[in-house]
Ligand binder design. Structure first.
Ligand code: NAD
Length: 489
């Protein structure tokens, strides 16, 4: 196990502050929240809890910065700053990945991959900063000229969850900054450390004071932002329940623009003509990546009846070989993020024991891991499609594997969910794959693969999995407003 770097240790000695106007300031209330290492249950840091006065201060700073410095900033200058931020993130790979690993629990190699992905994401959106265009529209009159252009929304609050703390923050910051907005980032209370580390890099990258600020705090801070009358946009990633609250807050305040990346219960569909070697290699990660704390987790596995036994046997074998320990030891799987999350997942597992046959796992880890929040990767099988474990998002290492017989049946099962985030189809019959892809109610369909992502490809959900598309050109729509300008000639 590599020792913690000096930069990591120094950061963990910092006192709880908020990042407002490119400065570290105390919160008005002086209230703080603990950051817990989920591998050990020990407190490693404290973060400030931003209250109403802090939120007002950050919003006022952002509005002033937008009007004075950001609205008219040359787009190519924005692009350079975003590129510089990407460089700085890469230069700080070691402390950022170590802090992410300690705070969230994920294996260090995954944390390193997250930091690199964050830098790539920034680079992609830096390229858009000076290419945000409108259009001219023919209205069939020689006396009228109409064109549109896209303007930044203004002040955007970005509220993110704890499963990929740095990546989720950058998924929002990169397009929001590229479009010329002032941003207030609110990380999840369980995992705020890398967002705070990022704040120093934002300053070093040369963003003007107020263009990107970081407010830590719990759901109360998120609610203050969602209800605020002078915030123009909320970019939210989190649970469907809280996403609905954010939408409601917008409707009860100033009708601010809202985009939502929410939960999922994704079907992973395996036909009997699939390349089974690739299926087996992928399935274990589609089922348990990030200890199952992934919005796209393939938690509903449907296997053609001819291959059900083979798939279950192989999944059990591979899952049994997964290592689990503190993320710093770089196991296959780390702990869940918090005691609360471990209890929640165990609650679903206990429900599952009454609804389905438990094939593997189902317990908290004991012995040397008992102080951490480790839950075994767990496999159930039931063909009761109304079972709770098939209806609700568990957000932990729990999958159900069951069989199907034909295409009509599998489409009905796949779409029998309030969620519609991701899905996968495994078959060598590529016509069938594309025909079914059109019928699946989900924002993403992977064919013969799983969890494929690229900053250029839109990502987001159907149904209760969300509103709007992050990534790709589509993300520009989330952080701009379109204006039509008419001239009577
Ligand atoms: P959560 O909804 O509990 O919290 C998300 C964020 O919202 C946190 O920063 C939290 O402090 C804040 N918040 C809480 N109450 C709030 C309120 N009333 N108003 C405004 N903000 C509030 O979600 P979580 O437990 O942190 O994350 C897990 C969820 O996130 C899962 O449902 C998962 O599927 C979803 N998720 C979705 C995606 C996606 O891209 N679709 C990605 C990652 C996670």
């Amino acid at each position: 196990m590599k020792p913690l770097s000096k930069a990591t240790l120094d950061f963990l000695n910092r006192s709880p502050k908020l990042f407002i106007n490119n400065e570290w300031v105390d919160s008005n209330s002086s209230e703080t929240l603990p950051s817990i290492n989920p591998a050990t249950g020990e407190e490693i840091f404290r973060v400030a809890q931003a209250g109403e006065e802090d939120v007002n201060r950050a919003v006022h700073t952002a509005r002033t910065a937008f009007n004075k410095a950001v609205r008219d900033m040359n787009p190519s200058k924005r692009a350079l700053k975003i590129q510089r931020l990407a460089d700085l993130i890469e230069n700080n790979l070691e402390p950022l990945s170590q802090l992410e690993c300690l705070d969230n629990g994920k294996p260090i190699s995954r944390a390193i991959a997250d930091v690199k992905a964050a830098a790539s994401h920034l680079r992609y959106f830096a390229g858009w900063a000076d290419k945000i265009e409108g259009s001219s529209i023919p209205v069939h009159s020689k006396d009228i000229l109409v064109y549109t252009h896209r303007e930044p929304v203004g002040v955007a609050a970005l509220i993110v969850p704890w499963n990929f703390p740095l990546v989720m923050a950058i998924w929002k910051l990169a397009p929001a900054l590229a479009c010329g907005n002032c941003c207030i980032l609110k990380p999840a209370e369980q995992t705020s450390i890398t967002a705070l580390y990022l704040a120093d890099l934002i300053k070093e990258a040369g963003f003007p004071p107020g263009m990107a600020q970081v407010l830590t705090g719990g759901g109360e801070t998120g609610a203050l932002l969602s209800h605020h009358m002078d915030i123009d946009k909320i970019g939210f990633t989190g649970s469907t329940e809280v996403g609905k609250k954010v939408l409601e807050a917008s409707s009860k305040s100033n009708l601010k623009k809202v985009s939502l990346e929410l939960g999922g219960k994704s079907p992973n569909i395996i036909f009997d003509d699939a390349d089974m070697k690739r299926v087996h290699q992928s399935l274990v990660w589609a089922s348990f990546y990030n200890s199952g704390q992934e919005c796209t987790l393939g938690s509903r596995v449907y296997v053609h009846k001819n291959k059900l036994n083979e798939v279950i046997d192989e999944l059990v074998k591979r899952t049994s070989n997964l290592s689990m320990s503190s993320g710093m030891e770089n196991p296959d799987l780390g702990p869940l993020v918090s005691a609360e999350q471990a209890d929640r997942v165990m609650g679903y597992i206990n429900t599952g024991r009454n609804e389905a046959e438990l094939i593997l796992g189902g317990n908290r880890k004991t012995g040397s891991l008992s102080n951490g929040y480790f839950v075994e990767p767990t496999i159930f099988t039931t063909s009761n499609h109304e079972a709770t474990i098939l209806r609700e998002e568990i957000f932990g290492p729990v999958v159900n594997v069951t069989s199907f017989e034909d295409e009509e049946e599998i489409i009905a099962h796949a779409n029998n969910s309030r969620y519609g985030l991701a899905s996968a189809i495994w078959t060598k019959d590529i016509s069938r794959a594309h025909k079914l892809a059109q019928r699946i109610e989900a924002g993403v369909v992977w064919i013969n693969g799983y969890d494929l992502f690229h900053p250029a490809v839109p990502f987001g959900g159907y149904k209760e999995s969300g509103i709007g598309r992050e990534m790709g050109k589509s993300a520009l729509e989330l952080y701009t407003r379109e204006k039509a300008i008419w001239t009577q000639l």
